[in-house]
Design a protein. Structure first.
Length: 81
């Protein structure tokens, strides 16, 4: 929002790699504080926000809703993003 306030233009959307890296960082923090079982399940809820507007995001969300571990999430995101 600072860019918008300073220039009046919206910044570009982050690239897929940046979105992937932020999702994985978020997931690691979830696991650190809530453990893998709860952390991964809560992370599934956040995926919709991160993937909004990406091509094929509905299919990706469907696949992420089946992951059970951080390793599965990481592998899927590196395959898809």
């Amino acid at each position: 929002m600072i860019t918008y306030e300073e220039t009046g233009t919206l910044p570009e959307r982050p690239g897929k790699e940046e979105v992937r890296d932020m999702m994985l960082r978020h997931a690691r923090l979830q696991l650190k504080y809530k453990g893998e079982f709860i952390g991964i399940r809560e992370m599934r809820k956040h995926v919709a926000w991160y993937t909004k507007g990406l091509k094929g995001s509905a299919k990706l969300r469907e696949e992420i809703n089946r992951v059970e571990s951080y390793q599965e999430l990481e592998e899927l995101l590196f395959q898809r993003l």
